[in-house]
Write a protein that binds this ligand. Structure first.
Ligand code: FE2
Length: 375
């Protein structure tokens, strides 16, 4: 970690210590089919299940795991519920970004007294494997943070869930942990959410990108990366900026019907292997023009990977003063142009691929053009 970063991390407040991401919960139209997709295409493993068979007649949830990443796919079992209304409004998307804490009651008290709107008062879940305390607050749009305290629990996931034994178990593809999760917010709202993460959650601003950093001939956006005190949680917040045409952020806000999670960046130790496997399993990626690779060595210097391999897979490279990073972006993983994934391998660099923004956003514009939304 560089000196500048250390200073930023020490600025982050310690009233909300966070150990890491606990899980990400998606509300989806058909959890059974979504679970099949994330197992097949992304290499997640079956972990836990709750639904009619476990005594929950209101919703069905599948929990999937890969190394440190846990995702829950939840679908409602009847109409006019919070979950169904969420899906009607947003389509499939991220509802809960759950954070692993040592004290969920204190996390709720500290954040609500600083102005957070409560989503869930501290509540106890209990079974023969122990106790989990959860609480929650609202963040941008209809997205929420749930604080999970689980040091007295050694069950499979949470009380109410049973182990999910499946006969279909595609192998992992080497996804390790969530590197960052990005939120898209409305016009002039980035600073409001920067203040929220600063004042309510004790985060600090790691990097700011203005519309000069992130613009093409047609579109622009702005972004502020917020981090917690130990750097394990990074939330970039994007807002649209004025350009000649409609930006990808505006497109997202229209199709998601408001702010929400734009992408989840997942780390791997071997991006070439991971992305080769994802291609074979049918994941669709954004492709930059092949000319991007003509100048890549001039820009980033010597790297361990063969440029030809990166070009074949459309993997992007960027360097900062601490090292370099490799990254690639999927197309949206649902029919609406909303949530997508980033696969990232960090080789020293702790930044976010600023040198790739232009090529990347031009690639997104090509997709927008096909969708008729680059207007
Ligand atoms: Fe990202």
């Amino acid at each position: 970690m560089g000196k500048e970063q250390k200073k930023i991390f020490s600025e982050a407040q310690d009233f909300l210590p966070i150990n890491g991401t606990d899980y990400v919960e998606f509300y989806v139209g058909n959890a059974k089919q979504a679970a099949h997709f994330y197992k097949t295409a992304f290499g997640f493993q079956s972990l836990a299940y709750s639904g009619l068979e476990t005594g929950d007649s209101t919703k069905t949830s599948y929990v999937l795991v890969q190394d440190k990443i846990r995702i829950i796919l939840t679908t409602p079992m009847s109409g006019n519920t919070e979950i169904e209304n969420h899906i009607l409004k947003h389509g499939d998307g991220v509802k809960v970004i759950a954070l692993w804490v040592d004290n969920a009651t204190k996390a709720w008290e500290e954040t609500t007294k600083r102005g957070a709107k409560s989503y869930m008062e501290p509540s106890k879940l209990e079974d023969e494997n122990g106790v989990v305390i959860r609480s929650g607050i609202h963040t941008y749009g209809d997205t929420v943070h749930v604080f999970v305290e689980r040091h007295n629990y050694d069950g499979i996931f949470l009380p109410g869930f049973e182990k999910w034994d499946s006969t279909y178990n595609p192998s992992s593809i080497g996804l390790k942990y969530i590197d960052h999760m990005v939120g898209n917010v409305g016009w002039n709202e980035m600073n409001i959410w920067e203040d929220f993460y600063k004042n309510v959650m004790g985060f600090a601003n790691l990097i700011t990108f203005d519309d000069n950093d992130i613009s093409t001939k047609y579109t622009a956006l702005m972004s502020k990366v917020m981090t917690n005190g130990n750097g394990r949680i990074k939330f970039p917040i994007n807002e649209p900026a004025k350009g000649a045409k409609k930006s990808q952020i505006e497109e997202y806000l229209e199709f998601y019907n408001g702010p929400g999670c734009q992408h989840i960046a997942i780390a791997t130790d071997d991006i070439i292997k991971t992305v080769t496997e994802m291609n074979a399993r049918g994941v669709e990626f954004l492709h930059v023009p092949k000319t991007y690779y003509n100048t890549v060595t001039n820009r980033v210097g010597k790297i361990d990977e063969e440029i030809a391999k990166l070009r074949d897979l459309s993997i992007l490279v960027d360097r900062d003063d601490e090292g370099y990073l490799l990254q690639i972006f999927t197309k949206p993983v649902e029919d609406r142009p909303t949530l997508f994934f980033e696969i990232i391998q960090r080789k020293g660099a702790q930044s976010f691929g600023k040198g790739n923004f232009k090529a990347l956003f031009e690639a997104i514009e090509l997709e927008q053009q096909k969708r008729g939304t680059l207007i």
